[in-house]
Design a protein around this ligand. Structure first.
Ligand code: DOR
Ligand code: ZN
Length: 348
């Protein structure tokens, strides 16, 4: 008899679906396991207006497989030119769930992001008043700062000053990778939360660099040393509602990753739930997986949890190794946690 675990259908509060050929190939993997996902706006060109967000949502809906039960929650890409009234209108119309702040140059397609944080003060005031969450890519871009320190420095130099200047602003620190970030979230009130990916719960920087360079483990923020991974595990599995799942599943064609200057991003959507079940089981916290994957995020976003359920089963025989997803732009390698996955999502 295999062991089973039934939970409310999970949501993914941070997802890259891309567009065109990649969207067509990857969407089904998220739609199968997740009821809703916060869709990142870092397309090229970025999703900066409500009209662009609406058109992108339509393309996602058109790419959904027949019968899928999946709602994309759209976001706007914050620039120094973003008009407060446009954001408020898009939110009031139900078109967007959040606004995404990329420091300019921090990551994939972030060139149109923010350089001078003072220039976004009016839009942040407006978002605070309307209760619109700000999703933050929390890394400084200062070339003087070591890449492994960029998240911790961002908290002191950028995030904390923003939160002090806009105390009512609701903020999600995205894909946290450090003990400092987890501690900072714990030290704050209910207006600050953090997403944690599945991959940052199972890899540290050795996975990327020891014994050969492994581009499919390279993402941003980059995985840190083991002590940080353990701090993230504690945050994710500990039951604190301020921590919830955002996979940051970020597909790139293999040719773009396996290159002299490879792109950042781990494509985790097909294995995110089996990996999480493994982590929560190892932590003796399987009963808390539902909170992390299906309840805490919805509560922060002031949405009802999903009514439908999803069942995971633990089988003696492991899942086949993750492999690749074929797309019209070439294959995309699926994140391989490096150990056998015994949990799987039960399919009807
Ligand atoms: O690894 C990452 N990939 N981090 C990001 O912040 C962006 C993402 C992407 O879009 O590829
Ligand atoms: Zn991301």
């Amino acid at each position: 008899m295999s062991e089973t675990l039934t939970l409310r259908r999970p949501d993914d509060w941070h997802l890259h679906l891309r567009d065109g050929a990649i969207l067509d190939a990857v969407l089904a993997h998220s739609a199968r396991d997740f009821a809703r996902a916060t869709v990142m706006p870092n397309l090229s060109p970025p999703v900066v207006t409500a009209a662009q967000a609406g058109a992108y949502r339509d393309r996602i809906m058109a790419a959904l497989p027949e019968g899928a039960d999946f709602t994309p929650l759209m976001t706007l890409y914050l620039t120094e030119q973003t008009e407060p009234a446009d954001v408020a209108a898009a939110h009031a119309a139900g078109l967007i769930a959040a606004v995404k702040l990329y420091p300019a140059g921090a990551t994939t397609n972030s060139a149109s992001g923010v350089r001078d944080f003072d220039r976004i003060a009016p839009v942040l005031d407006c978002m605070a008043e309307a209760g619109i969450p700000l999703c933050v890519h929390g890394e400084v871009t200062d070339p003087e700062i070591d890449i492994f320190d960029r998240e911790a420095v961002f908290i002191d130099r950028v995030l904390d000053p923003i939160r002090r200047a806009h105390p009512e602003l609701r903020v999600v620190m995205e894909h946290i990778t450090t003990r400092e970030a987890a501690d900072y979230v714990r030290s704050a009130g209910a207006g600050l939360a953090a997403t944690i990916t599945a991959h940052h719960l199972v890899i540290n920087r050795n996975h990327i660099l020891a014994g050969g360079i492994r581009p499919h483990y390279y993402c941003l923020p980059v995985a840190k040393r083991e002590a940080h991974r353990l701090a993230l595990r504690e945050a994710a599995t500990g039951g604190d509602p301020r921590f919830f799942l955002g996979t940051d599943s970020a597909p790139h064609p293999d040719a773009a990753k396996e290159s002299a200057c490879g792109c950042a991003g781990c494509f985790t959507a097909p294995v995110a739930l089996p990996v999480l079940a493994h982590v929560f089981e190892e932590a003796g916290a399987l009963e808390r997986l539902e909170g992390f994957a299906a309840l805490h995020g919805a509560a922060f976003y002031r949405m009802a949890p999903n009514a439908a359920t999803l069942t995971l089963t633990r089988d003696e025989s492991p899942l086949p190794p993750p492999g690749r997803v074929e797309t019209r732009d070439g294959p995309v390698t699926v994140f391989d946690p490096g150990f056998a996955l015994h949990w799987r999502v039960a399919r009807e």
